[in-house]
Design a protein around this ligand. Structure first.
Ligand code: SF4
Ligand code: SF4
Length: 495
């Protein structure tokens, strides 16, 4: 090997600049300026916005039986919903409500995809309201793009200040209304005006208001795209007969501009004029012509936008429409599409919804507003109150969940000569309240011949003779308001 044959280590080469590509971890947000659209689905959306907001903002101001009609009083652990008062013991109804909400979501999603997202989800509803304010103050899409792209000016400052003030007012009122469901709203208003809000009330008003302001004013479609879990798992609820918003590629392609009078066949064109209106009206900025995408919230704005274009061109409507995958592939008409709504999955969901609703409704209608807990006083066991008379001590917790006060009589069954003493009868319990009633039961000492052996868990009551007794609590003015509670009566051990 001579000197010229030396092995020279390779010199690391810097790749040319064009070959290095930096891939961002997160997509840079492109601000979306949705264009205003009118049409049948926009009217539906607005009808639902108005209905849900009348309900949300109006409900806490309604009165019922001299109190706020809907009040979720967490401090007192009572939920008032018109004539209904729910206590912690009624938590089963909350569970049923959640189950009903889940099944309704499954059902509506199986029938027509993201109906909830497109029309009734608070994120959609408040974004719609905030967008409406934005359009009224800043103008429609083009004006807003121009304003944001333009240099700073006094006019821009005034317009932006006006918009944010209006947004802030709506957001604050929303936060105030939200807290008004948990604390009496009128009182809350008075204390807010006089700067006497408690720290938690002030926090929740501002927190909920700030969340509304941020989510509806700034985050918008990002909440649906990145934060909402429903968008990610909704596809498991879809099948080939689920109605989704889809572009009819067979009819639309090849797309391209043309004059209104152009003959489509001779020009070799489909119905899509490639105007981009469907993209401009989309609140998530997607192109539905690329197929179903998880970003699509099912708002149907693109249907309204495209229908207007079809009308202008003199083409039939429905190039973008509600259609199922099967419907698109097999060319179902409206009747066939509706027939496929009634399939096994939707019928099972509907059946379950009906059964749960009927059972829960019947249980609510038959709900006994009287609840009772009997606690035997473990400290004061059986004792002889008088010669030949045995006495046991109890505490009775009477819960009157009705709105009106009731007077209750307390009697006892299970032993001959058993009587209730030590309590003034009838016992009056105010509406929606609990009363603790200490009382004593007395029975003749000779009535313990047919004893049951009572094995106490801690062994203290072992060998003590016990008998089952029943306490009967009955409202004087309502025969249906009665509770029979089992307990035990102990006789002292014979020496
Ligand atoms: S609005 Fe209709 S015609 Fe216009 S680009 Fe979209 S699909 Fe095509
Ligand atoms: S693609 Fe159409 S339905 Fe989906 S979010 Fe956009 S405008 Fe709404």
């Amino acid at each position: 090997m001579n000197a010229n044959d030396r092995i020279v280590p390779p010199v690391p080469q810097t790749p040319p600049a064009a070959a290095t590509e930096e891939i961002a971890l997160y997509e840079v947000r492109r601000k979306i300026y949705p264009r205003a659209v009118s049409g049948i689905f926009a009217r539906w959306r607005w009808a639902i916005v108005i209905a849900t907001q009348l309900l949300f903002y109006g409900l806490p101001w309604l009165h019922w039986n001299g109190r706020q009609a809907v009040l979720l009083d967490i401090a007192a652990r009572k939920f008032y919903i018109f004539g209904l008062v729910l206590w912690p013991q009624d938590v089963i109804y909350l569970a049923i409500l959640l189950i009903l909400a889940a099944y309704s979501l499954f059902l509506f999603t199986a029938i027509a995809g993201r109906l909830w997202c497109g029309y009734a989800c608070p994120q959609t509803v408040y974004t719609e309201i905030f967008l409406w304010i934005e359009r009224k103050i800043e103008g429609d899409r083009v004006a807003r793009i121009r304003l944001d792209g333009g240099a700073f000016s006094l006019e821009k400052l005034v317009v932006k200040t006006l918009k944010h003030t209006a947004w802030f007012a709506v957001a604050l009122w929303t936060g105030y209304t939200f807290v008004g469901y948990f604390t009496p709203i009128q009182d809350l208003g008075i204390r807010a005006i006089t700067w006497q809000l408690g720290p938690w009330e002030a926090f929740w008003v501002l927190f909920y208001g700030f969340a509304t302001y941020g989510n509806a004013g700034f985050m918008r479609e990002q909440v649906c795209k990145y934060m909402c879990p429903y968008a990610r798992f909704q596809s498991v609820m879809f099948d080939k007969d689920t109605l989704v918003i889809a572009y009819d590629g067979k009819r639309g392609e090849p797309r391209g501009p043309r004059s209104r009078k152009a003959d489509l066949e001779s020009a070799g064109l489909g119905a899509c004029v490639d105007c981009g209106i469907c993209v401009q009206v989309c609140p998530t900025g997607i192109d539905i012509r690329k197929g179903l995408q998880y970003e699509c919230i099912g708002c149907a704005a693109c249907i309204d936008g495209c229908d207007q274009v079809m009308d202008n061109m003199g083409y039939p409507r429905g190039l973008i429409r509600y259609v199922s995958e099967n419907g698109l592939a097999r060319g179902y008409d409206l009747k066939a599409m509706i027939r496929h709504v009634f399939r096994a999955r939707t019928l099972i969901y509907t059946g379950l919804l009906v059964v749960i609703t009927v059972v829960a409704g019947a249980s609510l209608a038959r709900k006994n507003p009287l609840k009772v807990d009997v606690i035997r006083d473990r400290g004061a066991l059986a004792r002889e109150a008088a010669p030949g008379v045995v006495e046991n001590v109890y505490r009775l917790q009477i819960m009157n969940t009705a709105e009106q006060a009731h007077r209750f009589t307390i009697t006892a069954d299970g032993l001959p000569g058993l009587k209730v003493v030590g309590v003034d009868q009838p016992v009056e319990v105010a509406g929606a309240s609990t009363q603790l009633v200490p009382l004593r039961l007395q029975a003749p000492a000779g009535d313990d011949e047919h004893e049951d052996r009572h094995e106490g868990r801690d062994g203290r009551d072992a060998d003590r003779r016990s008998r089952k007794v029943e306490l009967v609590i009955q409202a004087q003015d309502d025969p249906a308001m009665v509770r029979r509670e089992d307990s035990t009566f102990l006789f002292p051990r014979q020496p």
